[in-house]
Design a protein around this ligand. Structure first.
Ligand SMILES: Cc1cc2nc3c(=O)[nH]c(=O)nc-3n(C[C@H](O)[C@H](O)[C@H](O)COP(=O)(O)O)c2cc1C
Length: 174
């Protein structure tokens, strides 16, 4: 699939066929995530790949809007590494979530390109899901769960509405 076509046809998919996704394909998705841009090229991410049905069922407990993970083939939990991210503790900022968002989008677009469907479900910045995911997966102290990418072979093809809004472009001045 050509990149621009992929960008313009991607939709969130929440219904999946009962069919596993091969490990090599899941690896390709993570590879796409690792090619995302990041502040100062710190690449502060880790990917927890989950296919176990009992674990997928647990997502309804940690993030209610991700409950459809129970019928998915896999979840990729995109996590940030607080020790690697470009940040200034004294000034109270970090690029960790922004970098993980770029990686998440790459994973989702790669899924679409490879004939899968995916939905980005939020974890960060919500304190509840962050704490629940950290505890359930026994994540190390320096690891911050960022997004729950739910995926599988699509059992629905949502139509793409027109999204281009030329009035949002400000040429040369606002
Ligand atoms: C940060 C973020 C968090 C999201 N969280 C959820 C979620 O918890 N559950 C869900 O079903 N969709 C979630 N979505 C998907 C959005 O609902 C979806 O992207 C939006 O409605 C636009 O639809 P589209 O992805 O088909 O273009 C999330 C998307 C983003 C970017």
């Amino acid at each position: 699939m050509e990149l621009m076509e992929g960008l313009l046809t991607r939709r969130s998919v929440r219904k999946f066929e009962d069919k596993p996704v091969p490990k090599e394909i899941l690896e390709q998705l993570v590879k796409a995530g690792e090619y995302a841009p990041s502040a100062h090229n710190t690449r502060p991410w880790e990917f927890l790949v989950l296919q176990n049905k009992d674990i997928l069922k647990h997502f309804r407990v940690v993030q209610r809007s991700a409950l459809f993970a129970e019928n998915a083939a896999a979840v990729i939990l995109v996590c940030g590494r607080e020790d690697l991210s470009f940040s200034r503790e004294k000034e109270g900022w970090s690029y960790i979530d922004i970098d993980c968002a770029a990686a998440t989008e790459n994973v989702i677009l790669a899924a679409h390109a490879l004939g899968l469907g995916a939905c980005w479900c939020g974890a960060a910045p919500m304190s509840g899901p962050i704490a629940a995911l950290k505890e359930y997966f026994k994540l190390p102290e320096n690891v911050r769960p960022f997004s729950i990418v739910v995926l599988g072979y699509p059992a629905e093809t949502p139509k793409q509405p027109e999204r281009f809004d030329a009035s949002r472009i400000h040429w040369e001045k606002w």
